[in-house]
Design a protein around this ligand. Structure first.
Ligand SMILES: NC(=O)c1ccc[n+]([C@@H]2O[C@H](COP(=O)([O-])OP(=O)(O)OC[C@H]3O[C@@H](n4cnc5c(N)ncnc54)[C@H](OP(=O)(O)O)[C@@H]3O)[C@@H](O)[C@H]2O)c1
Length: 246
């Protein structure tokens, strides 16, 4: 994974789940420096590696985002991993949860891209890697606000890919299915460990994949969508209405 070797990467939500696994995979792949950011540095794991620079960062906080861009001026690869999910469907779900999902997943990630593009422009060839979700393709109503925020993020990711096409910054969208992290706590689905997903994400990006589904469940869902978008809606309808209810 030559692309990550000797690179300087900043990652959001690095304290747990996919973010933590990405930090470990980046270190294993010869990264020069990893700015590992999270909301509460007391919760940052010990990576026991001097290449890791921990930074405090809530991606909804304008001041922290701006400070972070100043503190990490050599960033060449920005990984927007931080995200949150609030349960609820469109008709009866709590609008506060929907608002939070939008603020973090969509507007928070946009804030990060806006703050870091000037940094990345100075450090080309550069990359933005956004962790989106298979729910960007079709909503699962039990987490409809999350799905909407990820659909919006997927759209923004593709827009920024075009906006930056001539600037030496490649923009990647990663759309996983269910991964075994706190986000799916309590689920009895058979899900891959985030360590294996992190390795696949780095491999896919290194191969130049701009749109990537790094897991089997997500790939199956994507294939159903590709055949006919209503087929993925049917999978989510079955999940929502009882068969294998989430
Ligand atoms: N797990 C899945 O099935 C799955 C599938 C598709 C996509 N994804 C996406 O993958 C990404 C990582 O999720 P995960 O599965 O690793 O979930 P996770 O274990 O719940 O981790 C979420 C991470 O995002 C951070 N975060 C939340 N809000 C934040 C904010 N405002 N500012 C900064 N950091 C914030 C959390 O920090 P705190 O510890 O401070 O809360 C945590 O580090 C998310 O974008 C998620 O939507 C996950």
């Amino acid at each position: 994974m030559q692309i990550f070797k000797n690179s300087v990467i900043l990652i959001t939500g690095a304290n747990r789940g996919i973010g933590k696994s990405l930090v470990k995979a980046l270190l294993n792949n010869g990264a020069k420096k990893v700015y590992a950011t999270c909301r509460d540095l007391n919760g940052m794991p010990e990576f026991n590696d001097s290449r890791v620079i921990p930074l405090e960062l809530d991606i909804t906080n304008d001041d922290q985002v701006a400070l972070c861009a100043v503190a990490a001026p050599d960033t060449e690869i920005l990984i927007n991993n931080a995200g949150g999910v609030n349960p609820g469907n469109i008709l009866e779900g709590n609008p506060i949860g929907m608002d939070k999902d939008m603020k973090v997943n969509y507007f928070g990630t946009i804030k990060m891209m806006r703050a870091f593009v000037p940094v990345l422009k100075k450090n080309t060839p550069a990359k933005i890697i956004n962790i989106v979700s298979i729910a960007a393709y079709s909503p699962l109503p039990s987490i409809a606000g999350y799905a909407a925020s990820k659909a919006a993020l997927f759209s923004a990711t593709q827009s920024v890919r075009i906006e930056l096409a001539k600037e030496g910054i490649t923009v990647h969208a990663i759309n996983p299915g269910a991964i075994d992290t706190d986000m799916n706590k309590g689920s009895d689905w058979d899900m891959p460990h985030p360590d294996s997903i992190a390795t696949k994400i780095l491999a896919g990006v290194s191969e130049g994949q701009l749109d990537m589904i790094p897991d089997e469940m997500g790939q199956g869902m994507y294939n159903a969508w590709k055949e006919e978008p209503s087929k993925l809606s049917q999978i989510f309808s079955d999940l929502y209405h009882g068969k294998n209810e989430r």
